[in-house]
Design a protein around this ligand. Structure first.
Ligand code: FES
Length: 158
């Protein structure tokens, strides 16, 4: 396994993150997020490197990571679209909107577009039920969705 190498900027960011946490392992999610943002996945090599930074095993890193749906071991698109399918969104037509989104992107749910720009997934409640139907694109929440609004959002992302 090739050794994962953090960039100089990442090393600087990691130092800043570690300064905020008196207990090193508490910085695990921020470090996973940092890697996920730059690589669009967290590889086994990155898990080892993160573990070394925090003095924990790669298995520990993986066990924590596997709890959270926002971290991926397979490469995802530049934009990860998570579509809420829970009750409030169900009652407001999320199934039809999810189908529309998949059709627009010409992929199935769970897939990534051939240009690696978009990945589409279902997600449980995004905790913004008052604006159902909801989706999250990377870190941005979009609510009160309609087919037209989804088209505008997707078309505005470059
Ligand atoms: S049910 Fe969709 S955001 Fe809560």
């Amino acid at each position: 396994m090739a050794k994962y190498k953090f960039t100089k900027n990442q090393e600087k960011e990691i130092s800043g993150i570690l300064e905020k946490y008196p207990v090193k392992t508490s910085a695990l999610l921020p470090l996973l997020t940092l890697v996920q943002r730059s690589d669009q996945l967290v590889s086994p090599e990155a898990m080892v490197a993160i573990g070394e930074k925090l003095d924990v095993s790669p298995a520990y890193v993986q066990s924590v990571m596997s709890f959270y749906t926002m971290y991926h071991t397979q490469k995802v698109g530049k934009y990860m679209i998570l579509f809420c399918i829970n009750i409030s969104c169900q009652l407001n037509g999320c199934d039809k909107l999810l189908e529309h989104t998949a059709r627009k992107l010409n992929i199935k749910v769970g897939e990534t577009t051939s240009d690696e720009k978009f990945t589409l997934h279902r997600e449980e409640c995004l905790a913004a039920c008052t604006e159902a139907p909801m989706m999250r694109v990377n870190d941005t929440y979009y609510g009160n969705l309609t087919e037209q609004r989804i088209d505008q959002i997707i078309d505005s992302l470059d």
